[in-house]
Ligand binder design. Structure first.
Ligand SMILES: [Zn+2]
Ligand SMILES: [Zn+2]
Ligand SMILES: [Zn+2]
Ligand SMILES: [Zn+2]
Length: 356
């Protein structure tokens, strides 16, 4: 997962006076007439980013009323600082096609301004650090937001050393009751695709990264780094109860923001379905399929975090998860969901012939 990237930016200082206007919430009206209050953060590639109740959401420009679209067009014409999003009318720093207030164009770690030809690392959220200070910055394990070591709060560092930014922490799923509520939503999405509710008992558990890693190593279970599915098969031969029953334990990392928790559960429920149907495909096909379910679940979420998570799935350079996802996406395009599920169902391998 790579969110930050390094860039050499040519910078020049222009002008003398600094003027800016304040950001404020505005009422937005959709073409259907529904309204919501939100702060406009950006308009890019026909996508509008609004901050609503502290959370960032992406909407297509076409979703808004004619008056709102005219407002967006005007807003776009003004030169804005990429960090604070206020207009820049005087002193400004230029980096490529982007402009900044000199006071905003600073490193999160050393708080000094960036100078010409210095290498910079930045996140998807407007945070920037000198390349050589990147290791000193914390970065959110979910959204990749860079966090200054000076402002990080103790509760943002989990006992297993994972780091969460404040917006992700605000919606962290940290107990099983919350997890069950998320799981009901995920189930609904999967049933749309034709994935049945599992026949076996399913229990869920919230775990730390250490516990999860230990179990992955011990059981050689197939799991993403944020979740794990353990399926126990019980076969009874002869008698009235002959047949195989299943029980599943799904483990999810505790403290993930809702959007990521949705993605992890959709992935793990994919393993549950594969296990109940004895489907034994190659690791890239299995993990790629489960990631398709994550992608489908994330597509229902208009938050910017969900957008970042979708990009991570699409762009992962992992041989199993990334390549597997891209290959299974192509199969899905060709076969559709029911075709893909049927195709996977042909790869049934009885338990006795399973390589482990
Ligand atoms: Zn600024
Ligand atoms: Zn620095
Ligand atoms: Zn975050
Ligand atoms: Zn998996």
């Amino acid at each position: 997962m790579k969110i930050s990237h390094t860039q050499h930016l040519g910078i020049c200082l222009i002008g003398f006076i600094l003027l800016s206007t304040n950001l404020s919430a505005r009422t937005w009206t959709t073409v259907e007439g529904s309204q919501s209050e939100g702060e406009l953060l950006s308009v890019q590639d026909n996508q509008v980013t609004l901050r609503i109740d502290g959370r960032e959401y992406l909407f297509p420009v076409t979703r808004f009323s004619e008056a709102d679209r005219a407002y967006l067009l005007n807003w776009q014409k003004e030169e804005r600082c990429m960090v604070c999003l206020k207009t820049v009318q005087g002193d400004q720093m230029k980096a490529g096609s982007e402009i900044y207030h000199p006071s905003c164009f600073t490193c999160l770690v050393c708080e000094r301004p960036f100078m010409d030809r210095q290498a910079i690392r930045r996140d998807e959220w407007g945070g920037m650090v000198h390349n050589e200070h990147f290791r000193q910055a914390h970065s959110c394990g979910s959204c990749g937001r860079l966090i200054s070591p000076k402002t990080i709060r103790p509760e943002q560092i989990f006992p297993d050393k994972r780091v969460s930014c404040l917006p992700c922490l605000k919606e962290a799923v940290s107990d099983v009751t919350q997890l069950q509520a998320v799981s009901r939503r995920v189930r609904l999405g999967l049933s749309e695709l034709g994935l049945p509710t599992p026949t076996g008992a399913l229990s869920m558990k919230m775990v730390s990264q250490d516990t999860l890693n230990r179990e992955i190593e011990r059981a050689h279970g197939r799991g993403s780094l944020r979740g794990l599915t353990l399926t126990t098969f019980r076969t009874i031969t002869g008698g009235p109860n002959a047949g195989t029953t299943f029980s599943h334990e799904v483990w999810v990392l505790s403290g993930l923001p809702v959007a990521e928790c949705v993605s992890v559960l959709a992935h793990e429920f994919g393993h549950v379905w594969l296990n109940e149907n004895y489907i034994d495909a190659s690791p890239p096909a299995v993990e790629g399929f489960c990631n398709l379910l994550s992608m489908h679940a994330l597509q229902k979420d208009t938050s910017k975090l969900a957008d970042v998570l979708r990009k991570n799935l699409q762009m992962s350079d992992d041989y199993v998860y990334g390549r597997g996802f891209r290959e299974m996406s192509k199969r899905l395009e060709k076969l559709g969901w029911s075709g893909l599920l049927n195709d996977l169902s042909t790869r049934r391998v009885p338990l006795t012939q399973r390589r482990r």
